[in-house]
Design a protein around this ligand. Sequence first.
Ligand code: MN
Length: 408
Amino acid sequence: MATGKRTERSSDRAGALGAYRKKRDFARTREPAGKPARSRRTHLLQFVIQKHAASHLHYDLRLELDGVMRSWAVPKGPSLDPSMKRLAMQVEDHPIEYNTFEGTIPAGEYGGGTVMLWDRGTYRPDEAESGEDPERAVRRGLRDGKLSFTFEGERMRGSFALVRTDRGPKPKWLLIKHRDEHARRGADITEEVQTSVTTGRTMEEIAAESDRVWRSNRGGRAGGEERGTPARGAGDVVIAPMQPKPSRTLPDRGEWTYELWRGGDRILAYVTPDGARLVDGRARDVTKQHRAVADELASLARRAKRSFVLDGELVAHDDGAVLHASDLLLDDTDVLLDEPWEARRAALEKLFRRRRVKHVALQQLGGAADVLLRRAARESAPGLLARRLDAPYEPGTRSAAVLRIARH
Ligand code: MN
């Protein structure tokens, strides 16, 4: 019985590491191929963070789950400052044996470059119920797109969250430090810690020592692991907009609220006191075209003393463009994606309360559907949007929690 179970586990795992193995020639690289999982009923879950100088410098966060290391490439690395939200792109699972790998992957091989063991230790999910298998709690968090966990490492300690902001073949997440005794505002841990957790070597020393070993393996193109990692400015955050579902019928009021759909450009605004970045529905940066809106939003961030991300619709009027803000996704250190729409809306109103912001308007709500439909006709707006009051923001999905109803 136990043997049968183990066999099933290892074949599952071979499947899980398929993407990892396919990309590597193990005759050329010293990276491990991954052996069958040992059966370990109760043990602490391992984590490792590797600093990886590939085509782009990044940090690979790996969390043990189900006999493999679930992996994220974090371009800027982790931060102990709760206000820093770090982009984490999910990449293929790695074998557990990879946790001890430090050295140089030959140029031309996948992920070619120098790898440093930057931190290692154990981690545990914060939201496991009493007596629950911790792996089950981690699995649930990853499936639901929000995992809260605590690092017990040499350099990383305390509670963090991984929050998914975009699904798709390469899901995007944010890595965020929770406020606790290990949080350090303004700290730059990746700047402070430049050496290997196991050998104390710098990247240069690792590269120099490995060079001698791998000199004969030159040639080919540079490896492309996590190529195209966006190196964005303000906020280092990318959230894919939630799209409305077209509908022919209006849902019953009660659970829903209605607003005008103006047919403008969908805009996500990433705003810090230093500036705002406007990204349209096709992921194009349109900040330059709407400088007045961006400047006003940055001014709001300065007055409110915080960064935020809002969702809205940009509409051209006679006297210039106006951003009709409808949703607030990040507010200072709070990630609001999992909050019901009502709570996000309340936070949005609070942000704008008693603050005049030119070129930006709060999307107006409410009213009976027939009144709003007449207004849409009068203003040549294409129709209405209906939002479920209790729905979370689901980045990158076409969600039935927001319906788009055309006037005709
Ligand atoms: Mn990597």
